[in-house]
Write a protein that binds this ligand. Structure first.
Ligand SMILES: *Cc1c(COP(=O)(O)O)cnc(C)c1O
Length: 391
């Protein structure tokens, strides 16, 4: 065996996305102790940078030392107790995982299902809330990565306020890519991931809790069943005034990387980052539609950072993705769940959301589709994308 040197790829799938070289450089800086005063000062900066990214003043804001799925689990195991009832709006894969989490907490999940590719239906959600006035929380995914659909967080959190329950939001794919305002939108608990629109390395999950949610956690009747994810304990390490005490060894270098990625986001500015994602999406969409591919999601609910398109039956899904990887070093995502084998998921996340990648994807995909017998005019598609940039 010898050292592992990964091939250089362009990552345009559902995550991880291309990591900014500045972040990789930060990752390789010398490891120091996780209770070193210099490290603790950096942790405080990470909290502030996360508050900026989430647009919140929530004190309980920090990265969980594990990927997005652990952020999801952190939220559910801390807020939900045996016998509670949670309304879950599901319109793709990740809502199904929320159900799993709720049931494993010994609670009841009331499912409100919408077709995959649709946005969450607010009226149906409201009906479920008025039928279940004893529900403790409503949970849903902001940016459904399995389909590319965006849901109306503000409206759903408005329902939570009206029916006096907690709002739980999955923002794994939305943070840094589209507008998200934790305080203004009255979000009680939110979790995200580092490898999507933050373009950081995978393995951390930023979370944030409103004061009301934090109080729920402090007032629990029973212990959180997970020792590692119990925020009452984790706060001894991440808390502001806490005399930092050992809980677990923080992933020191990954946190350097997160600090750098959040700094990059702050330097660009949230609004500029959202605008950049929107523009590159418009250009990619023009090119993909010109190639004859159809979007899964209606225009007004499309996520700019995750473009799910269907292709004709005659096209060989695996052959196309293999050719893109081998001949162009380009990774795009396959379909998940009910959409497996019938769609591709093309990500334009964070650092990977740029004009060069848009044009690479259109020309590479167009050329490969032509070898599959599809009448794809690559130059016309590139011109369509370029026209968006020059408009
Ligand atoms: C990727 C993703 C997750 C899971 O994150 P991991 O880091 O893979 O554990 C959860 N929810 C959504 C919407 C995602 O896109």
């Amino acid at each position: 065996m010898k050292s592992f040197h990964p091939p250089v790829r362009t990552l345009m799938g559902p995550g991880p996305s291309d990591v900014n070289p500045r972040i990789l450089e930060a990752l390789s800086r010398p490891t120091i102790g996780h209770l070193d005063p210099a490290f603790i000062q950096m942790m405080d900066e990470i909290k502030q940078l996360l508050q900026y990214a989430f647009k919140t003043e929530n004190e309980l804001t920090m990265p969980v030392s594990a990927p997005g799925s652990a952020g999801m689990e952190t939220v559910f195991v801390n807020l939900i107790e045996r016998g509670d009832k949670v309304i879950i709006c599901q319109n793709g894969v990740f809502g199904g995982r929320m159900k799993e989490n709720v049931e494993r907490c010994g609670a009841e999940a009331i499912m409100v299902e919408d077709p995959w590719g649709s946005t969450i239906d607010i009226d149906k959600a409201e009906q479920a809330m008025s039928d279940n006035l004893d529900a403790k929380a409503i949970a849903f995914v902001h940016a459904e990565t399995s389909t590319g659909a965006c849901s109306d967080v503000q409206a759903l959190c408005g329902l939570a306020a009206k029916y006096d329950c907690l709002s739980i939001v999955d923002a794994v794919t939305s943070l840094g890519g589209i507008e998200l305002q934790v305080d203004n939108w009255d979000i009680d608990a939110i979790y995200s991931g580092t490898q999507k629109c933050l373009s950081c390395v995978p393995g951390l999950s930023p979370v944030s809790f409103s004061e009301r949610a934090a109080e729920e956690i402090r007032q629990r009747k029973t212990k959180v069943q997970s020792w590692f994810l119990d925020l009452n304990l984790v706060m001894g390490y991440w808390g502001r005034d806490a005399k930092r005490s050992y809980h677990h060894t923080a992933p020191v270098n990954s946190l350097y990387a997160l600090h750098e990625s959040l700094l990059i986001l702050q330097e660009e500015g949230l609004q500029n980052a959202w605008n950049r994602h929107a523009l590159n999406h418009e250009a990619l969409a023009a090119g993909l539609e010109s190639l004859g591919l159809k979007f899964v999601v209606d225009k007004e609910y499309r996520l700019p950072q995750l473009n799910a398109v269907s292709f004709p039956d005659s096209v060989d899904d695996v052959a196309v993705r293999t050719a893109l990887l081998n001949d162009y070093n380009l990774e795009i995502g396959s379909g998940l769940g009910v959409l497996a084998g019938s769609v591709w998921r093309i990500g334009l996340m964070g650092y990977a959301s740029n004009k060069k990648n848009v044009l690479l994807c259109i020309s590479a995909l167009g050329n490969v589709l032509a070898t599959q017998g599809m009448q794809a005019d690559v130059s016309k598609a590139v011109v369509a994308a370029e026209a968006v940039y020059s408009a």
